[in-house]
Design a protein around this ligand. Structure first.
Ligand code: ADP
Ligand code: MG
Length: 865
């Protein structure tokens, strides 16, 4: 069955040629115990390795079961070694980090014998060699004889046709040698055993045939086999060995377990790059989250607000900035003027009118659908002034809640109106002087901004909300204004202050209210039209006349009740403390309008659209009241008036001198739904806000194209521009940092490659053993790929795990410094990606060393220590 014909093997070392085997021909029977004897260096091991398929020959032929091996592929050799050959070496060649049982089961693991079957057969083989109770020992815990038994068990477990033993007793004492020889003799009963030995006595007493070698040639053969004796003993097609990746993993895992410290250090070193990237990722993720929250809050606090009259803030800005676009020339002996005051005035004069009627119509039309849907909410304001009083607060004295009478009393109204003029559209979102305000028309917007603390949301126009801050406080200013604290005390203090009688100032005592004192508290709204009295042929504003107002409150007032208490939702932006106030439902405006429409004054104004009901003159005819212009009838009426009445009459008249039809109706609480005084477009994100801006531009271009230049809308959006820059900067910084850390990732991968290479050097012996048992080159490289897989996975997980841990103190420190919590937060997807990246990088780094391992010559590998 096994036949060598004129076999030649030469080794080339440098220029020298060593003829290890020269023209050797021999035939082995299927079943005999052959001993090969010969001096050291005569080529015994070389012969055995060639027979075992571990080494190749230069010329001649090796015929296995009648088939020449000249055309054997690598795969054929792997299969041959795995199934037909069992090797026993002088130095045992066991894998030290595997148990005895695992060592024996390994060659079966190369073919896919199920694990249980593998262990059963391995245990049976070990029982045969007398090691039944030592299955789970490591080879290091055994004697030489025991290790050689393990090696024999391993050689037998696949039931090979040929057992090759290279000086199996060379390292054993004579007593143990005899035991091993007994074992081999028994094994030789039903297969071919070829044993190389130094010991002629053992050969004599145990083997059936002795071949003596000298200088690579046979010098004697005690029982040469005739060619005719050759029997065909093919076992049919044999399963090609191939290691499962799981086996490779378990081999590498056990190996790594033997050097836990180094593995951990390697994984940690590899994870440093990951930690760096992970931290940056966490921070930028947290920052982005924070910015998103700020964005959302900013968006709700600062909508795009389009006023019917708007001032171009950019002109104002450029007037204040020195480095404007204009070309400047350096000082050349002349001093020139630079426009500042003129520009400032220009910008105020340059107030643009926005046609909100047309814009509102557009928003309601199908063409404006995209704009309408991009906005998270749209609020229309109609600039209605409500006249609200508190009858019950301070005995008989009526407190004017809206328009805020306190400012007037303190003489601060000029200051407020000046500020409002300067802040333009932003004034609506600033804590203002008014304590009577409109809730958002859309519930979604209301819920986004406010949280209900007590009671319920308004269910009709009669119900209003009391707003407190996050601590349940209301500013005393608001309480004074609402009449919940004594206004006259504050006014007295103010007077004392002005008179420089500072020691007489007594701060008001702090007050508190139980929620049920506040819930149900009443205010009275007087329709605007009921505050005018017809004097002669014109209507006089009597809102300054206490008695008249008191009567109007009693007769025409509408009682409003506090239905609930709310607070602004907490935002990440840390919006300024609200001053508190009362917020009415928008339906109250409708009620006010409908009520006004039935009044005589409004009917009269609407009937005579060209005549100003407050002056009796045509609109635009803006002459002030003077004695010369008075009609006889007027003269009579005036003559009968008291001094005070006369002054009120004059003030009311002069106040209305420059009015228009629209402004008169607005004053009377009448508004046209189609004509808002401002439109607020809310967005959830900057992207949406930018899109809204773009869509308004589209609208403007469309209007211009149609020749409706007057319909072009202009608005100011300074906050938006500022915030979007911040977001960009953070992105840029993150990318730059990630690039830096990416470099460290590459460096750490290279390091892992080097460590894998060292591991290859350390495991050379194991590579040889695996090859001897039939492992293919690919299996060997898989063992190392498995090793880098484990290290890569470990360092990826370690890196991400450490990042998550580090995020805790980092977040705490940032919170301590900035007050913003949870800034360092690893995104889940990012973590998974990082582990994968580390895994891939590490495996790539290990590819070259793994290839090197696969290409190792098995004979050389076995010879190494
Ligand atoms: P034995 O096992 O009989 O002691 P070997 O078969 O190991 O002898 O070696 C036979 C001859 O081949 C020796 O001279 C040895 O030096 C030489 N030899 C073996 N392997 C190599 C090798 N890889 N490179 C060079 N020479 C080798
Ligand atoms: Mg030898």
């Amino acid at each position: 069955m096994l036949k060598l014909e004129h076999l030649v093997k030469d080794y080339y070392t440098g220029d020298e040629i060593v003829h290890a085997i020269r023209d050797l021909s021999v035939t082995f029977r299927d079943n005999e115990f052959v001993s090969i004897l010969g001096p050291s260096g005569c080529g015994k091991t070389t012969l055995l390795n060639i027979i075992g398929g571990l080494d190749n020959y230069n010329s001649g032929n090796l015929i296995i079961n009648g088939r020449s091996t000249r055309d054997y592929t690598d795969k054929d050799w792997d299969t041959y070694r795995n199934h037909r050959i069992g090797f026993v070496f002088q130095s045992y060649n066991l894998i030290m980090h595997q148990t005895v049982l695992q060592n024996v089961a390994l060659s079966m693991a190369l073919t896919d014998v199920p694990k249980e079957e593998r262990e059963k057969r391995a245990a049976a083989a070990l029982e045969k060699v007398g090691l039944k109770d030592q299955l789970n020992k490591k080879p290091t815990q055994m004697s030489g004889g025991q290790m050689q038994r393990v090696a024999i068990a391993r050689a037998l477990v696949n039931d090979p046709e040929i057992l090759l033993a290279d000086e199996p007793t060379g390292a054993l004492d004579s007593h143990t040698s005899v035991q091993i020889m007994d074992l081999l003799k028994e094994i030789a009963q039903d297969r071919l055993v070829i044993m190389v030995t130094h010991n002629p006595e053992l050969a004599q007493s145990y083997s059936t045939r002795i071949i003596r070698l000298k200088d690579g040639e046979i010098v004697s053969d005690s029982d040469p086999a005739a060619d005719e004796e050759e029997v065909q003993n093919a076992r049919g097609s044999l399963k090609k060995p191939s290691m499962k990746f799981r086996t490779a993993l378990s081999l590498s895992f056990n190996n790594l377990l033997t050097k836990k410290g180094r593995t951990l250090l390697t994984a940690f070193a590899g994870s440093i790059g990951i930690i760096g990237i992970g931290l940056i990722m966490s921070l930028s993720n947290g920052m982005q989250g924070y910015i998103d929250r700020v964005e959302q809050d900013t968006m709700t606090s600062y909508p795009i607000s389009i006023e019917d009259n708007t001032m171009d803030m950019s002109v104002l800005m450029s007037a204040m900035m020195t480095g404007s676009d204009e070309e400047k020339q350096p000082y050349d002996g002349t001093v020139r003027s630079r426009a500042f005051a003129d520009k400032l005035l220009g910008s105020i004069a340059d107030t643009e009118k926005n046609n909100l009627t047309a814009f509102r119509k557009y928003l309601q039309s199908p063409e404006g659908k995209e704009l309408k849907e991009t906005a998270s909410a749209i609020e229309y304001n109609y600039g209605i002034t409500m006249h609200v009083y508190n009858e019950h607060a301070q005995g008989d004295k009526l407190v004017t809640v809206s328009p805020n009478g306190l400012m007037e009393e303190l003489g601060m109204s000029d200051m407020i109106s000046l500020r409002n003029q300067f802040m333009g559209g932003m004034s609506s979102s600033m804590p203002g002087s008014e304590v009577w305000k409109a809730l958002p028309a859309e519930d979604s917007l209301r819920d986004q901004e406010y949280e209900l603390l007590d009671g319920r949301w308004p269910e009709s126009e009669e119900e209003v909300m009391l707003e407190v801050d996050e601590n349940g406080e209301i500013s005393d200013f608001t309480l004074y204004s609402l009449g919940l604290m004594n206004q006259s005390e504050l006014v007295q203090n103010y007077r004392d202050l002005q008179a420089q009688k500072t020691d007489e100032i007594e701060p008001g005592d702090p007050v508190s209210f139980a929620s049920d004192e506040l819930l149900g508290m009443e205010f009275t709204l007087v329709p605007n039209s009921d505050l005018y009295r017809k004097v002669g042929d014109i209507w006089v504003n009597e809102s300054g006349d206490e008695e008249f107002v008191a009567d109007a409150v009693k007769e025409d007032g509408r009682t409003l009740k506090i239905a609930g208490i709310m607070k602004p939702k907490e935002t990440s932006l840390g919006t300024p403390h609200t001053m508190g106030g009362v917020w009415y439902d928008r339906s109250l405006e409708t009620w006010l309008r409908d009520e006004g429409k039935n009044s005589d004054i409004v009917k009269e104004q609407m009937e005579h659209k060209d005549i100003n009901v407050f002056t009796g003159r045509k609109f635009g005819d803006s002459t002030e009241l003077s004695a010369a212009d008075l009609t006889p009838e007027q003269q009579m009426v005036l003559a009968s008036m008291s001094q005070q009445e006369l002054m009120d009459y004059m003030a009311s008249y002069n106040d209305a001198a420059n009015a228009t039809y629209d402004s008169n109706l607005a004053k009377l609480g009448i508004y046209d739904e189609d004509t808002p005084t401002s439109i607020e477009l809310y967005a959830d994100t900057f992207e949406d806000k930018e899109k809204i801006g773009d869509l308004i531009t589209v609208y403007n271009e469309q209007q211009q194209a149609e020749g409706n230049d007057a319909n072009v809308i202009s608005y100011n959006d300074t906050v938006g521009a500022m915030m979007s820059g911040v977001s960009d900067i953070i992105n840029i910084i993150s990318y730059v940092l990630m690039a830096f850390v990416g470099i460290s990732l590459v460096v750490s991968s290279i390091m892992i490659g080097i460590i894998t290479y060292i591991s290859v050097l350390e495991r050379v012996k194991e590579i040889g053993i695996l090859r001897a048992m039939g492992a293919s080159k690919r299996d060997v490289s898989n063992v190392f790929n498995a090793e880098t897989f484990i290290i890569g996975l470990l360092s990826g997980l370690l890196g991400v795990g450490l990042t998550v841990l580090l995020n805790i103190p980092i977040s705490l420190v940032i919170q301590k410094v900035t007050g913003v919590a949870g800034i360092a937060r690893m995104p889940v997807a990012g973590g998974v990606i990082l582990v994968l990246v580390e895994l891939v990088l590490t495996m790539v780094a290990g590819l070259i060393p793994a290839q090197m391992a696969a290409r190792k010559d098995p004979v050389q590998a076995l010879r190494s220590e």
